[in-house]
Design a protein around this ligand. Structure first.
Ligand code: GLN
Length: 534
């Protein structure tokens, strides 16, 4: 029988529900179960594609081209569960489907209502993942906080699982905050209230993951258990871990979270093999050297805007046995600083990440030039590659107004442009290139050396491409076209010749990096930065 675990959040948002769900998924997977994860976002947007990184953090892209919430990135880093369109559910998708069905007359004249029609569609979407042949347990994370108006239909659908699957088929994990006050005392009242709210809608949590600055003591756990009717051993102390979030699966395992789930859901498992997590945490903790990587982006203020990039950098650190310190540099600051070298003092590598729109691009171009001229390892991802191409065209090809038509429509030297603006490429639409595709890497290139393979498969999310009209001239002057699409039509990667490590990629390698399986490009970039540090 298929099992379902719902993860809800209480008190406030930003408690790390995604990492909690992913960690639980990992523990079950490492006990031999086939796990799937689903994220529910109760907003009306159909997907995260149109959402500002400032509001919502990074947009995570799956192989099948879904633009999803960044929590899917957490699931990808902690587990090996496959992820695609069906693993991300929003209110927008649910209503779109129900309204479409209504327009097609498929409700046979009945009144279409939240219960049962919206809740049925929610359950159908969850079961689409959970009832698949090779799945044992599906973990469904409900975004937002219990008490939000938007999440009511999802919580009602979750409650109905108790009816549909029986008590042994479903389990509820509630992530809550136990705030401290002056003097170090932890306050349990907000947790009591949020559990009360859950119970009012018919859900009694089986497990509480209590987020707090320090571990809860016995008395605090007893008190929470008493007031919330959760068993004492299921009141789990999810305190802030000092060094790395990859310690969280171990923290939960030490408090028997996986065993509680296994007993509660009557699952058949072997012992959990957590050696990979021990290795990852051990490597991070024993690292003595630090490399300093400048992340020169335009959405720097919000920590989560480049989540997969910063995590992949830390994985590159794990692979090299060093700590990666990320120095966030707002690209607009690079534009306005008198002496750029002051900003980059002590920097061992420069990473220019993806982005949309003209703001801040000038600073990225300056950063790329600084890294190229001073032979500092430089990694350009998506917009970062386009910036490297623009900079090279301006400085080396002497095309002063070289630009992307995204920022300067009608410029004289559109080295980056939409495909339909390029005369010699046909049969490609002007829409976003999304999801996975194959690329071929050139012989004797640094990227080929890093991957140690000729063809690769990576994910895309962009609209503009390096223009084929300038490809030859770029190559002649020393910008190696290091990777292309399989048909050789589109540029997938460039490399600065005569430079220790200057690589741009049109795709997003960061989405596929895992702590126990670091992405080869990040491993190679961190290694080059380490060499640069001397
Ligand atoms: N804005 C650029 C494009 O659409 C780059 C996109 C990105 O960096 N993800 O092509």
């Amino acid at each position: 029988m298929k099992k379902y675990i719902f993860v809800t959040g209480g008190v406030c948002s930003g408690l790390g529900k995604g990492v909690a769900a992913a960690s639980l998924g990992s523990l079950l997977e490492r006990s031999g179960l086939h796990v799937r994860l689903v994220k529910i976002d109760p907003y009306i947007n159909v997907d995260a594609g149109t959402m500002s990184p400032y509001q919502h953090g990074e947009v995570y892209v799956t192989d099948d081209g879904a633009e999803t919430d960044l929590d899917l990135g957490n699931y990808a880093r902690y587990t090996s569960a496959p992820l695609g369109k069906e693993n991300s559910i929003t209110t927008g998708q649910i209503y779109q489907e129900v309204i479409q069905r209504e327009r097609e007359g498929r409700y046979l004249g009945r009144t279409v209502q939240v219960i049962p029609h919206i809740t049925d569609e929610i359950k159908r979407r969850i079961c689409l993942v959970g009832e698949a042949a090779d799945v044992d347990v599906t973990i469904i994370e409900i975004g937002g906080t219990v008490g939000d108006i938007e999440s009511v239909p999802f919580l009602e659908a979750a409650r109905q699982f108790i009816h549909d699957t029986g008590k042994k088929g479903v389990m509820f994990v509630h992530v809550t905050l136990v705030p401290g006050v002056a003097g170090g005392e932890l306050k349990t009242k907000p947790t009591q209230h949020s559990v009360k709210e859950l119970r009012e809608i018919g859900i009694q949590p089986d497990v509480l993951l209590c987020r707090a600055a320090r571990p809860l003591n016995i008395d605090e756990r007893k008190k929470i258990a008493l007031f919330t009717n959760v068993e004492e051993e299921a009141v789990i102390s999810a305190y802030d871990v000092p060094t790395t979030i990859y310690e969280i699966p171990l923290l939960f395992h030490d408090q028997r979270l996986d065993e509680i789930a296994v007993e509660r859901l009557n699952l058949q498992v072997g012992p959990a093999d957590l050696s990979v997590w021990r290795r990852v945490v051990g490597t991070i903790k024993s690292a003595t050297r630090t490399v300093r990587i400048a992340l020169v982006g335009k959405y720097i203020e919000l920590g989560d805007s480049y989540k997969s990039v910063t995590e992949a950098l830390s994985h590159g650190g794990i692979a090299n046995g060093v700590r990666v310190e990320i120095v966030r540099i707002d690209s607009e600051r690079v534009e306005n600083v008198a002496r750029i070298e002051e900003l980059f003092e002590g920097i061992d590598g420069v990473l220019i990440p993806g982005g949309f729109g003209a703001r801040g691009v000038k600073g990225m171009i300056l950063a790329a030039r600084y890294a190229r001229v001073n032979k500092i390892p430089c990694f350009g991802i998506c917009l970062g590659l386009q910036v490297m191409v623009i900079e090279f065209a301006r400085s080396i090809l002497k095309l002063e107004d070289a630009n992307s038509t995204e920022f300067a429509p009608g410029c004289a030297s559109p080295v980056v442009s939409l495909l339909e603006e390029q005369i010699d490429v046909k049969n490609y639409g002007g829409t976003m290139r999304l999801g996975k595709s194959d690329a071929v890497l050139g012989a004797d290139t640094k990227i080929r050396e890093a991957y140690a393979t000729e063809t690769i498969n990576e994910r895309h999310r962009h609209r503009y491409e390096v223009s084929n009209r300038f490809r030859e001239r770029l190559a002649e002057k020393g910008m190696i076209i290091a990777g292309t699409t399989m048909d050789r039509e589109l540029v997938e990667s460039v490399q600065w010749s005569d430079h220790p490590w200057g690589i741009g990629v049109q795709f997003h390698p960061e989405f596929k990096s895992k702590p126990f399986d670091p992405h080869p490009l990040f491993t190679s970039f961190v290694n080059a930065s380490l060499v640069h540090a001397g």
